[in-house]
Design a protein around this ligand. Structure first.
Ligand code: 2AL
Length: 260
């Protein structure tokens, strides 16, 4: 089974971290490929960043379809492009916010999200609504560490741990959801420190995709996630035009960076 984990930002060191975390949970016989698009923002911390990350994500899906990938993870907590990706891919596509929030709901009656910057909190709330988990989501908290500083800031791990401890206390919640793919390696440490389950969406999404593929389940094409109607796309998006009867462009727009 081939699972492609797409880090929608273009920071390779983060893609490597995400790939390592994904492979550490994947079952035997599961080949996890961590990729980063050629085009797009270095990190995703705004609606603008999210919008401009989507073409690169769809390009990775188109390539994956040509290469026989079985399922995909979108490894950014805003789940950018998730529904468009489902229209292109034959196999399942799961976002890390979606997987983390749904997984948290198995583990307690309530959860708190701890994310990066305060300006991304609204998106997390919107997604909690979209996935039907808003009732269980008691709060979305920001540690105010920019995405790329997660790797370099010497006290990032302790600041995030403290934010998780405070979130549990303020919200009186049962479970923590980590609100950024760049926090994927912190799960075990934080859980040990605060004594509550801590869900990383990268691991949760990889195992969700693995389960869906194992069960032979794929995205329904009955209605909204059917192949998009073919039409020309102008200018820089010319490579994204779909041919009649095909779900993904045959000539993906950009070069791929594949980190195995
Ligand atoms: C993210 C994430 O997961 N990757 C990224 O670049 N930005 N999310 C976030 N809330 O900052």
């Amino acid at each position: 089974m081939r699972i492609r984990v797409i880090n929608p930002n273009t920071t390779w060191s983060m893609t490597r971290l995400i790939g390592d975390c994904a492979r550490s949970v994947a079952g035997p016989g599961v080949d996890v490929e961590a990729v980063s698009p050629q085009m797009g923002p270095a990190s995703i911390e705004s609606h603008y960043d999210e919008a401009l990350a989507v073409p690169g994500i769809l390009d990775e899906i188109a390539r994956g379809e040509q290469e026989g990938v079985d399922g995909y993870v979108i490894a950014c907590f805003g789940d950018p492009g998730l529904e468009a990706a489902r229209e292109l891919a034959h196999g399942p596509v799961v976002g890390i916010a979606e997987a983390a929030m749904r997984t948290a709901a198995y583990l307690g009656r309530s959860f708190s999200v701890v994310t990066t910057l305060g300006r991304t909190r609204g998106r997390a709330w919107d997604l909690a609504e979209t996935y039907g988990t808003a009732k269980a989501c008691r709060g979305v908290h920001a540690c105010e560490i920019p995405v790329l500083d997660l790797e370099t800031s010497p006290d990032a791990r302790e600041r995030i741990t403290q934010a998780c401890r405070e979130a549990l206390a303020i919200d009186e919640s049962d479970v923590i959801v980590l609100g950024c793919a760049g926090m994927a390696d912190l799960c075990a440490h934080i859980s040990a420190e605060i004594g509550a389950p801590v869900v990383d969406g990268v691991a949760a999404a990889v195992l969700t995709v693995q389960s869906l593929v194992t069960l032979g389940l794929r995205t329904s094409t009955m209605e909204e996630y059917a192949a998009p109607p073919p039409k020309p796309y102008a200018g820089l998006l010319g490579g994204f035009s779909l041919e009649a009867g095909l779900r993904a462009p045959t000539n993906p727009a950009t070069r791929t960076h594949l980190l195995q």
